[in-house]
Design a protein around this ligand. Structure first.
Ligand SMILES: [Fe+2]
Length: 217
């Protein structure tokens, strides 16, 4: 049974200005909105498992990822690799994008452990919001596998929540605050502990292997 609690790490937002990049991708200056206000731009029904990756905001992020987000992301992965003291690291090639729209929507349509979706139990999840989260728009999780003591892990911009998504049940509640949360999350794993899988991502339609869903640095 997995026992390690989620914890926070910090990074430098002047060196890694991810929020500014997302603001540009979404053209928010032109739209006269902050990232927390994008639920005013276009309304969506409460998302389900099948369509929680299908808003226009997701499409914009994935379209622009290679030319505007990737370089800084790789620099961050490199920094984290050094911080953890690894010679090499296996990392998720494209961080998964999440939008938790205000006024009652969800970011992820189902409470789950990632191993139910074929993720390896040695992978660590890194959850990184582009603004300060509150108890309604952040991720909820148990502190140990099957303990069931769910609580909100509030995370600020500049912080990353590190947790074992494969082993710990996690999910989100309807965002009853008036602030939308936008975040990415990605997995890192030490090469020696990495277990490739013939199964793959239901969202990205690629295998959980190096050269597919993962890359090595
Ligand atoms: Fe998950």
């Amino acid at each position: 049974m997995y026992k390690n609690e989620p914890y926070l790490i910090q990074y430098d937002t002047t060196k890694y200005p991810f929020r500014d990049i997302i603001n540009k991708i979404f053209d928010l200056e032109e739209k006269k909105l902050t990232l927390e206000q994008i639920h005013h731009y276009k309304k969506y029904e409460v998302v389900k498992r099948e369509n929680d990756q299908k808003t226009d905001w997701h499409a914009m992020y994935y379209e622009h990822f290679p030319n505007s987000f990737q370089t800084l992301y790789l620099a961050l992965v490199e920094e984290l690799k050094n911080r953890f003291g690894y010679k090499e690291i296996v990392y998720q090639r494209i961080p998964t994008f999440r939008v938790h729209l205000a006024n009652g929507n969800l970011a992820v349509g189902e409470w789950h452990k990632d191993k139910t979706y074929n993720h390896g139990t040695t992978e660590l999840n890194f959850w990184m919001p582009f603004g300060d989260t509150n108890e309604y728009n952040t991720i909820w999780m148990e502190s140990e596998e099957d303990k069931g003591d769910y609580k909100p892990y509030t995370v600020k911009y500049g912080e990353i929540l590190v947790f074992s998504g494969a082993n710990l049940y996690h999910g989100n509640k309807n965002n009853e605050s008036d602030e939308t949360r936008v975040s990415v999350d990605f997995r890192l794993v030490e090469p020696a502990r990495f277990k490739p899988s013939d199964s793959g991502s239901i969202n990205m339609k690629v295998k959980f292997d190096i050269g597919g869903y993962f890359e090595k640095l």
